[in-house]
Design a protein around this ligand. Structure first.
Ligand SMILES: O=C(O)CCC(=O)C(=O)O
Length: 271
């Protein structure tokens, strides 16, 4: 899938902050074939004839919101029904969000982790393929990240009550990409803030939108321009979903126990 080829779109309303560049923002339309027909809800897609018979093709429109490093947004990535499904699925399963205290072991897939003053949100980790709808969402995540499904870590729903936040951090060089999904609109605050980008950018949560970015440089080292923070919503709850793309096919390698608790990497800049 080549996200770069398609024509320009005016600046989207959910982009705030100091991204005042004047370049046109390209619009990409990405046909993605995601699953056998019977696995998909009818609202999610349309059936195609010919070579695609029996499969579903979903057309997603993406927008390049930052160039070098590239960050893409897909405003209609999830349907309302999928957003509500994920919120329902996570209900009653939230635990205090943890942050990494350091990497453990050669695989760098398990971590010593703990509560931190840098993070006051709650997290609910979903089991891979736990429901049919979740399977479809995981497949769509793999498609927009351009990786096989095996590289998609278990999805984690994060919930912020008003005033809760996740301070500046990096998602880790072992996670070449992050796909962040927003499950609801937020009245005020709650942006995902990228202050270290060449053109600093804060993304306002928008129900159903996916943000996609790379966490690494071409040599595989961490790209610290992608440091970001979840700002506190001021008056309403915010729900989002972390979909981390691991550098290893973790979905095949590890059992749920081996994967350990949800735990993003704390960068050296995070005190
Ligand atoms: O909530 C957000 O906007 C950002 C979440 C995040 O960065 C994370 O959970 O790693």
């Amino acid at each position: 899938m080549d996200r770069r080829r398609l024509p320009a779109l005016s600046r989207p309303t959910w982009m705030t902050g100091a991204h005042h560049g004047d370049e046109p923002i390209p619009l990409a339309e990405s046909p993605i074939q995601i699953a056998p027909l019977q696995a998909l809800p009818s609202h999610a897609a349309k059936q195609e004839d010919g070579a695609n018979r029996g499969s579903i093709v979903v057309r997603l429109k993406g927008t390049l919101v930052h160039r070098d490093p590239d960050m893409w947004a897909y405003p209609s990535f999830l349907s309302d029904c999928e957003c509500e499904h994920l919120i329902r699925l996570s209900a009653g399963r939230f635990l205090t969000s943890l942050t990494s205290l350091g990497k453990e072991g050669a695989q760098q897939q398990s971590y010593e982790s703990g509560r931190s003053v840098n993070r006051t949100s709650l997290s609910a980790r979903l089991m891979s393929g736990e429901t049919r709808t979740l399977s479809i969402i995981e497949e769509k995540v793999a498609k927009i990240a351009c990786v096989p499904l095996a590289y998609v870590e278990q999805l984690v729903v994060v919930k912020y009550e008003p005033g809760e936040f996740f301070a500046m951090h990096h998602d880790g060089d072992f996670r070449p990409q992050t796909v962040l999904l927003y499950l609801n609109d937020v009245d005020e605050g709650g942006q995902t803030d990228f202050p270290d980008l060449p053109k600093p950018l804060a993304i306002k949560p928008q129900k159903g939108m996916a943000l996609v970015w790379s966490n690494i440089n071409p040599d595989g080292s961490a790209d610290y321009r992608m440091m970001h923070q979840g700002l506190p919503p001021t008056s309403s709850v915010k729900y989002a979903v972390n979909c981390f793309i691991n550098r290893d096919p973790i979905r095949l390698l590890a059992s749920d126990e081996q994967r350990g608790p949800f735990c993003p990497f704390s960068s050296p800049k995070m005190q």
